[in-house]
Design a protein around this ligand. Structure first.
Ligand SMILES: [Zn+2]
Length: 90
């Protein structure tokens, strides 16, 4: 049995809005949050840049320095996103 976070009314598990105060019910099984999606995008970008950095060693038209800079920036974003997610979990 769930309870509304605002007015503490008893809620059915399939209710999307509280019958008492009308506040939205946060679904525990909700699809991934923006933060999770952001982390996923950063992770994919990181992998792409990692591949590009490796490729740039062999492909002359790719700038190793640019790829490496992008990779470094993405690594920082990725680690800070991971850090934020960890601290949120507690
Ligand atoms: Zn309520």
């Amino acid at each position: 049995m769930d309870h509304c976070r605002d007015c503490n009314s008893t809620l059915k598990s399939d209710e999307l809005e509280c019958w008492g105060c009308g506040s939205k019910i946060v679904d525990k099984n909700a699809p991934t949050s923006y933060q999770e999606r952001f982390r996923l995008v950063v992770k994919i970008m990181f992998l792409i840049f990692a591949a590009l950095t490796v490729a740039s060693v062999f492909v002359e038209s790719l700038s190793l320095w640019k790829c490496f800079t992008g990779l470094a920036v993405l690594y920082l974003v990725k680690s800070s996103a991971d850090y934020m997610a960890e601290t949120k979990k507690g």
